[in-house]
Design a protein around this ligand. Structure first.
Ligand code: NAD
Length: 353
């Protein structure tokens, strides 16, 4: 095989262990931060206060107002609060919504981020920010939004409900799957993505069977970390494009949408991406990765219908026109017929074909 690639390592420190939250103060000291604004979703205010308590006077304020897809108005308020409090850093506790809000703050203020992820979304490992305004989600890359330190504590994920654990894990698997056929992949990214898919597919049934199984939680979070790192390092394709449009336009739930769409995009793309197909077959232990993932998620209780997730039937036209509007990387040429076909199946929750 003749290798040809560009590989770049990203800065950023990762601390991973059951109970790693106890090291937060040490990690904040290591960064030399003295006045942190803590961001989280409203439901995580209690957890954020608990994790922030040992940081004492280093906490400048708690801002529990993160919501999904980072609405521009929510971002503006968080930026204002960070400025008012004179914060010198931002501590994000929670899933992609909390980390997304911290990124919005970092993008405008340059404040460094310390992240304590509690889902499998993987945003903490990427320099990608997102903002939603007027029903459209905009994303971009900025090295300033990549967290300076990420503290992964699998014990913090045991409260993630089984259904959301499964869909969040599938969200991570989608990063790994699309990294396997990314136009800017590298041998390291391929190894990482394949290991991520293996770890997640192995861990999710165990997590669903016993959400308090800390070994299963550790394996799932490990897979999610790997998935986040390849998400941040490579260019995603059709699957992420479609989910981005669906989330931004219809405000569909992020992880659930990824779960319903992924098998259909893989059924379309894998015939044109033989190396990715082989890697996924090996990682998942199947000759039919798309169908395997559909039945894995469905069998663990995920809702595989976009209609059930809230997508209107007449929304197909909007998605088709947005998906075809700007060219982007994909292993297989994207046609209107292909998008209609796979969206149709995802709307009804049919198996990929
Ligand atoms: P989320 O952060 O909105 O979390 C979903 C819900 O679960 C929230 O109500 C949250 O409070 C709750 N929750 C989170 N962790 C929990 C836990 N351990 N126990 C109990 N409840 C918990 O959802 P998400 O799927 O993590 O993130 C989705 C958002 O992240 C989207 O806006 C997406 O666009 C963004 N995202 C961005 C990137 C990136 O690289 N920029 C990557 C992935 C996702």
């Amino acid at each position: 095989m003749s290798h040809r690639f560009v590989h770049e390592n990203r800065p950023g420190r990762v601390v991973f262990a059951a109970g790693a939250r106890a090291r937060l103060r040490e990690e904040i000291d290591r960064l030399g931060l003295h006045r942190l604004i803590v961001v989280c979703t409203p439901g995580h205010a209690g957890l954020a206060a608990e994790l922030a308590a040992p940081l004492g006077e280093r906490i400048a304020g708690l801002h529990p107002h993160a919501t999904m897809h980072v609405p521009a108005a929510v971002a503006a308020k968080a930026v204002a609060r960070a400025r008012e409090t004179g914060a010198d850093g931002c501590l994000a506790i929670g899933g992609g919504s909390a980390i997304g809000l911290a990124k919005a703050v970092a993008k405008d203020t340059g404040l460094p981020i310390a992240a304590v992820p509690t889902t499998y979304a993987g945003s903490e490992m990427t320099p990608i920010w997102g903002l939603t305004a007027d029903g459209r989600k905009t994303t971009g890359r900025d090295p300033r939004v990549l967290p300076s330190v990420v503290v992964y504590d699998p014990e913090l994920t045991t409260t993630l409900p089984p259904a959301l654990s499964v869909t969040s894990g599938m969200n991570a698997l989608a990063h790994a799957a699309e990294a396997l056929y990314a136009p800017d992949g590298s041998p390291i990214h391929t190894l990482v993505a394949a290991e991520s898919a293996r770890a997640l597919a192995d861990a999710l049934p165990r997590v669903a069977a016993d959400p308090h199984d800390t070994d299963a939680r550790s394996d799932a979070l490990y897979g999610a970390w790997l998935a986040g790192s390849v998400l941040g390092a490579t260019t995603m394709s059709l699957h992420h494009k479609l989910c981005h449009i669906l989330g931004g336009t219809f405000d569909l739930p992020h992880a659930e949408t990824h779960t319903a769409v992924l098998p259909h995009v893989l059924a379309f793309n894998l015939p044109a991406a033989p190396a990715a197909r082989t890697a996924l077959e090996t990682a998942l232990g199947t000759t039919e990765p798309a169908s395997h993932l559909f039945h894995l998620a469905q069998g663990l209780g995920a809702d595989m219908s976009l209609t059930a997730l809230g997508m209107p039937e007449d929304g197909v036209e909007t998605v088709v026109s947005q998906a075809l509007a700007a060219p982007y990387a994909n292993p297989r040429p994207i046609t209107e017929a292909a998008i209609r076909h796979l969206l149709g199946r995802a709307l009804s929750g049919a198996a990929p074909a």
